[in-house]
Design a protein around this ligand. Sequence first.
Ligand SMILES: [Fe+2]
Ligand SMILES: [Fe+2]
Length: 334
Amino acid sequence: MYREIATGLGRIVTLSLGGRLGRFGQWPPEKLLIDEPLALLEERTNRLERIYAKCTANLWDGPAVFRAAMNRHGGIQLAPEKRRALSHVIVTLMWGELGAWIISAELAERLDAPDARMAASSQVFDEARHFYVLRDYLAALHVPVPKLDPYFVAGVRSLLATRDLTIKLMAMQILAEGSAQSIFRFLADSEIEPVLTELLPYIEQDEARHVGLGVLHLPERLTELSPRQCRRLQRDVYAIGDMFGLSLISKVEHYEALGLDPRELFRRADGLLTTLAEKLGNVPGTNERYFRTDDPKDPEYEKKLAFLFPKAEPSGASRLVKSLLSLGSRTLPV
Ligand SMILES: [Fe+2]
Ligand SMILES: [Fe+2]
C-alpha cells in the first residue's frame, strides 16, 4: 500500500518535472488572457469609429441650411415678445455650443484612445457649425442679446477650467449634451417658429453622436479609477450638474412666455439623463449614480415637478425656492 502510494507520487513528480522542463514547460501561455471580453471591447471601438464615420457621412452645410430655411419661410415668424423669450433660450444654447466646441477640441488633443480621439475630432466640426448657426439665428431674431444666467456661466466655466478629462467627458458629453439634446428635441416638437423647427433636427442628430462618445468611452476610464477617485468625480459632476439644473429652472418663465410647458421639458430631460446615468452604473461601494437625476417613472416625480412649477397658487416653500433662485440670478457673478 505505502509502496504503491510512493510509486504513484514518484510518477507524478517525474511527469510534472518533465513537463515543466520540456518543450511545453510554459504552457498555458497566460499572455493570451485579456482584462475584458474582447467582443465587447471591439464592439465599443467599432461604435466609436462609427461616430467619426457618421459625422463625415451626415455632414451638413450650416449657412446653406440656414439661408434655405430663412428663404422658405420669409424670415423669422414670431411675435416680438416671443422673440425676446426665445432669445433667452437660444443664447444659452449658443454659448453652450461654444463651450462644447472648446472642450471637444481639448478631448481631440488630449485623449489617449485613438478611436475616442477621432470621435472628438469629428465633434469639433459639429460644434463649430452649431455655434455659427445659432449665432446667425440669434442675430435674425433682432432683439437685444440677453446675458447668460450665472448658474450656467459657473457650470461651464468650471467645466472649461478643469484639466480632468473624465469630468469633461461625464459633465459635458453626458450631462450637458444630453440636456441640450432634450431641449433641441422639445423645441423642434413644439414648432414654435418655422425656421428654428427646420434647423433643430440637424443639430439634434449631431448631439446624439456626442452623447455616444461619452457613453462608449467613459466605462473604460472609470475602470481605471479607485473608488475614492470615483467618489471625487461624482462630487464634482454633481456640482456642475446642479448648476445646469438651476439654469434650466431659471428659464421657466421664458418657456412659459413661448406658450410651452416646462414640465414636459423636464420630464424629457430627466428621462434621458436617468437612462444615461444607468448606463454608467453606480459609484463603487455605493448605490448612487455618478450624477443627480430624477426618474420620471418614480411615483414621487410629478409631485416634485408640481412643487417646482406650481400650476395654481404656489406654496410658501415654492415661493421661497423661486425667490432664492432669482436672488442668485441677480447677485452671482457673470
Ligand atoms: Fe452642439
Ligand atoms: Fe454637442
